[in-house]
Design a protein around this ligand. Sequence first.
Ligand SMILES: C[S@@+](CC[C@H](N)C(=O)[O-])C[C@H]1O[C@@H](n2cnc3c(N)ncnc32)[C@H](O)[C@@H]1O
Length: 296
Amino acid sequence: MKIENRQLDKFLRGHFKDEYENFLNWAIYPLRPIIRVNTLKANIEDVYSRLTKKGFILSRIEFLDFAFRVEYYPSEIGNTLEHYLGYIYVQELSSMLPVIVLEPQEGELVLDLCASPGSKTTLISQFMNNKGVIVANDVSIDRTSALAFNVDRMGCINVVITQFKGELFYKYYENYFDRVLVDVPCSAIGTIHKNKDIIKWWSYKKVKEFSKLQKSLIESGFKCLKRRGVLVYSTCTITKEENEEVIDYLIKKYDNLKIEKVSFPFEDYYYDSFGYGVYIRFGNFEPFYISKIVKL
Ligand SMILES: C[S@@+](CC[C@H](N)C(=O)[O-])C[C@H]1O[C@@H](n2cnc3c(N)ncnc32)[C@H](O)[C@@H]1O
């Protein structure tokens, strides 16, 4: 693959160095799909057996009992009855990690500030066993429809959907939530293996614009958090401006917070230059950034 965008190509060469070619080879093909079983509606072993009887070959994800890699599919997994009934959700492994780090608990009040199309909202609901309340917000009316569809399909009855600018959310819900997920819009380099359009629009100017919005979003999310509450910030991109610099901005502005160390039971990640969060490596995973903050 050739990156026909000089700015992006320069960035990728600088970022990946010796691994640049490996990254391009990785980015050519989509990853094998991952499904997670929606334990709100279905039993893990029943779903495994239903899909294998239909000819799907699934391998287990070691550190997540409800997730499987689809090694072979006789038809699109998204066209199965199990998908339609909300027994499964097709979701990249990396996209599940922010929710694992957030650790939402039954009975809590959780804000998902940029929630559409709901991959993480519906997993939060699964972790909470439908108990407590999730406020799932997104600024986009079109994307909020997809969110409502997925919340409904997955049987998540503890979700309230709002459509509002995330950066202004704190005006109404200051010091309110036990946990806040800030999964921001970003320059999305991690998703290049499935969305080649990024190559057309990516620019440093865009990265700067995203960074500015991300700073307002994390700040708003932080203000919405109760004392001792937990905030997780995540992106599917790899620029410093959209990751550690956003966390650095928050740290410099507020002294009532601390960074919690993020770690996983696998080796495909490394800490950012400040040690504020982790980058998930490309390979079996899609590149992602995750940082965890506690309000003091
Ligand atoms: C990375 S996507 C979120 C993916 C979602 N969390 C999931 O896991 O399915 C970022 C979302 O932020 C939304 N967004 C963009 N600007 C926003 C803003 N100012 N306030 C709230 N949401 C915004 C976009 O519409 C998009 O749906």
